[in-house]
Design a protein around this ligand. Structure first.
Ligand code: SF4
Length: 438
């Protein structure tokens, strides 16, 4: 199976006729601009002075002004062919040896994943880095919040490097620290700060791992906690032991899907729109709430819909539909099951008979699973090839650049979380680790 990038290049070069001659469907991509070098967008951003997420799934998302900008990649790396980049990356990796560890997120493109020492989700990768205490450099081929988490968990001597600073997460950026502080002030005015008769505080802030270090620190300072898509249910159950309600950010869908599974009615889950007073709610709705959902979402998982599931069921009777809980509620309800990337991987690995799986998560991971388990038929629910466009900004050219700079004794694109923020964020992460399933 060709990589997502190869497929996008093929589609974009308008080789549909050639593909048709060969008897293959050309397919479609959400943005032909994905085929261009990601450095084109660094240049565009530098010229326009307005950072953007780049083409693809996140194209309609608005990048906040504070979004990090990537400087110009040296021409040597932009103009190099795949074979040259491969030679440079392998040579630099060999030269650095144990001094550097490369981490690759499940949603990263194959052209980069081939060099990763560890592949996993964001929290697995941050923990994997802990098994390499001698590594001076942790090169995180994921997005910005993941590199921040790795910096929080690594030693002060270790440098965490994000090969392309423009690899952000549009969902994480939908909840900035100022907006959350403002929301917290408004909620405190309504709820007060005192506990109820059972000793439960009015509201516990819960942030998804896909958030900035500043928000993890906010949770640490305010009795809150971090969750992942694997442990969101456990974390919410624990939060309800300590609090009357939860403020959940930034992903409304993970919050809603998890709270619904706990039996909380939708009318007790008002949405908080940070651009409106009281988040667009009246006071009573907030007083009656159990979970206040931040108005954030993942542009990749938002693409999945019930019609795609209906089509998969019509085309493949008996198909097993598994989706990620960042998908909208109707999609999760229509699927056979929903869970984290780890859940999806384990579900496929556990199938003993050849099975057809329709998967609702990022295309790079789905294609890799299909290649890993040829005994099964595995396909992405979304027929349009639309990778996470922010993560896609990490091209082998950026990886070669940061590695060769390391060989030359220079650290570029280091992600550093302020020590005060780190300390508070660790409190919220430790609360997550202490939460045990009921
Ligand atoms: S897939 Fe969605 S949540 Fe994950 S990094 Fe990309 S934009 Fe962020």
């Amino acid at each position: 199976m060709s990589s997502v990038n190869t497929a996008i290049q093929l589609i974009t070069r308008e080789q549909a006729e050639k593909a048709a001659t060969a008897g293959k469907a050309a397919g479609s991509t959400c943005s032909p601009d994905l085929a261009r070098g990601p450095w084109d967008y660094d240049l565009a951003e530098a010229l326009a002075g307005t950072p953007a997420y780049g083409p693809g799934a996140s194209i309609a998302d608005v990048a906040p002004a504070a979004t990090p900008r990537q400087g110009q990649l040296p021409d040597k790396y932009k103009n190099a062919g795949d074979a040259e980049l491969d030679t440079w990356i392998r040579a630099a990796k060999a030269e650095l040896g144990e001094r550097a560890v490369i981490l690759g997120h499940f949603y990263q493109r194959d052209e980069v994943i081939q060099y990763a020492d560890f592949v996993g989700d964001s929290f697995q990768l941050a923990n994997a880095a802990l098994t390499k205490p001698d590594a001076e450099a942790i090169i995180f081929c994921g997005v910005h919040f993941m590199a921040e988490t790795a910096d929080i968990l690594s030693t002060p001597e270790q440098a965490v490097i994000l090969p392309n600073l423009a690899a952000g997460c549009s969902m994480a950026d939908m909840a900035d620290a100022d907006s959350v502080e403002d929301c917290w002030e408004q909620l405190t005015e309504i709820f007060g700060t005192g506990p109820d008769a059972d000793g439960r505080v009015p509201v516990i802030p819960v942030t998804y791992m896909n958030s900035s270090a500043a928000l993890k620190a906010f949770c640490g300072r305010n009795g809150g906690v971090v969750c992942t898509s694997s442990n969101a249910r456990t974390v919410l159950e624990e939060a309800f032991e300590r609090g009357q309600r939860v403020l959940f950010f930034p992903d409304q869908h993970l919050g809603r899907n998890t709270a619904k599974a706990l039996g909380i009615p939708l009318e007790q889950m008002p949405m908080w729109n940070p651009r409106k007073d009281l988040g667009g709610n009246d006071e009573q709705a907030l007083l009656d709430s159990r979970v206040i959902l931040w108005h954030g979402f993942c542009s990749v998982h938002k693409r999945f819909n019930v019609a795609q599931i209906d089509k998969a069921r019509a085309d493949f009777p008996g198909v097993n539909v598994i989706v990620h809980p960042e998908c909208p509620m109707e999609v999760v309800d229509a699927a056979d099951s929903a869970g984290s990337t780890d859940f999806i991987k384990k579900a496929i690995a556990a199938a003993t008979e050849p099975t057809t799986f329709a998967i609702g998560t990022e295309i790079n991971m789905v294609n890799r699973l299909a290649a890993e388990y040829p005994q099964h038929t595995i396909f992405c629910l979304d027929p349009v090839i639309c990778p996470c466009s922010t993560m896609y900004r990490i091209h082998p050219g950026y990886l070669a650049w940061v590695l060769e700079e390391l060989v030359a004794g220079r650290i570029v694109n280091r992600i550093t979380v302020d020590s005060g923020v780190q300390a508070d964020a660790k409190v919220a992460l430790e609360r997550m680790l202490a939460a045990k399933p009921k």
